[in-house]
Design a protein around this ligand. Structure first.
Ligand code: HEM
Length: 336
């Protein structure tokens, strides 16, 4: 499942942010598949710099992991610069139809006359880094949690069916097409279940910052310019003094009031999306995307772990991935 989520969220971010059908899901674009591979390898190699004390020497000599990283960066750069060039050409050719220019985020940047190609490349990669693995990993943990808690899985499926107002689901794609904004808004239990997943499995388990200048924290602790300070949404999400004695239990109900309406928490308590001025810019987008994916999947299929006895471990990456993916068996809910 995790691999499929990674591919589909990459395709989705490409469509929304750059107006491009990458189709890494079906692999019809060889260029897209090469970019996707290079992107994943480059993220893993970048993280190893934290623990590999010799990375600077390797970089200087252009050997080992650093030579491979350089090659992957070149593949990504070529792909992204080509994309920017194509987009600029498309925009020039579509002057007669102004609506064509506004569809995606890259076009909007180009409209405000931003032409520095390196800056645009960084914007593109930033969106991919921020929006691909985060939602895919969260959806994987969400399905994992629902396999561990089948009654919650059924409750989510029931809510989706009820709120989407579809009497009988006869096929997957027409049900997906009928999933409107209004119906998604009403799915409070689904919203709570995704949020509960993020509390226990935040896509960014540790968030680090480097101090810009000397400072004193509210509790009197001194930090100096250049110090690294980190907070840990993973640990915070499991602390009893923050969430109560049942902090380690998966209980979506904790997010609902007595009428079943979702009650948000302060972002300084539920820190999966950061808080303050640097809070995640894609939070609403991420919820919408995750709700659409899970609503469609859960109303059409039931999920079970392929091997319920196999322990699930974390993979050492910036985002909280399931090591080795998430093999599941699925059963169709409707008669085809
Ligand atoms: C479950 C999904 C997601 C989670 C848990 C998440 C979490 C976060 C976190 C913790 C940060 C702060 C990083 C830092 O401290 O520098 C962040 C920043 C950001 N996120 Fe997300 N994110 C998610 C999905 C997305 C998506 C889908 C997009 C884009 C469509 C996105 C766009 C961004 C951007 C642009 C920033 C940078 C904001 C800034 O630096 O001011 N995120 N996200």
């Amino acid at each position: 499942m995790q691999d499929l989520f990674m591919k589909s969220t990459l395709d989705s971010i490409f469509k929304v942010a750059f107006g491009v059908e990458l189709d890494s899901m079906c692999g019809t674009s060889e260029e897209g598949a090469e970019f996707s591979r290079a992107f994943d390898d480059a993220s893993a190699m970048t993280l190893w710099r934290y623990v590999d004390v010799s990375w600077k020497i390797k970089k200087f000599l252009n050997i080992g992991s650093e030579a491979a990283l350089k090659k992957n960066i070149r593949i990504m750069d070529n792909f992204v610069y080509k994309l920017i060039k194509r987009k600029i050409e498309q925009m020039h050719n579509s002057t007669d139809d102004p609506s064509m220019k506004k569809e995606d985020i890259l076009s909007r940047f180009l409209q405000v006359t931003e032409t520095d190609q390196t800056y645009l490349r960084d914007i593109i990669l930033n969106f991919i880094i921020a929006g691909k693995d985060t939602t895919a990993a969260t959806l994987s943990w969400f399905i994992y949690m629902l396999c561990k808690h089948p009654t919650i899985q059924e409750k989510v499926a029931r809510e989706v069916k009820q709120m989407s107002n579809v009497k009988e689901i006869s096929d997957f794609s027409s049900f997906a097409a009928s999933m409107g904004e209004e119906a998604l808004e009403k799915m409070h239990y689904l919203h709570a279940t995704i949020t509960e997943t993020l509390r226990l499995y935040p896509a960014l388990p540790v968030d680090a910052k480097i101090c810009f200048s000397d400072d004193v924290f509210p509790d009197g602790f001194n930090v100096r310019e250049g110090d690294m300070v980190s907070f840990q949404p993973y640990a915070m999400g499991r602390m009893k003094f923050i969430w109560g004695d049942d902090a380690e239990d998966f209980r979506p109900e904790r997010w609902l009031d007595s009428n079943g309406v979702f009650q948000p928490e302060s972002p300084f308590k539920f820190t999966a999306f950061q808080a303050g001025p640097r809070i995640c810019l894609g939070k609403e987008f991420a919820y919408r995307q995750m709700k659409i994916f899970s609503a469609v999947l859960l109303s059409c299929f039931t999920f079970k772990l392929a091997d319920a006895k196999k322990p699930v471990n974390y993979r050492t990456m910036i985002n909280l991935h399931i090591d080795g993916g998430l093999p599941v068996s699925i059963t169709r809910r409707y008669e085809s």
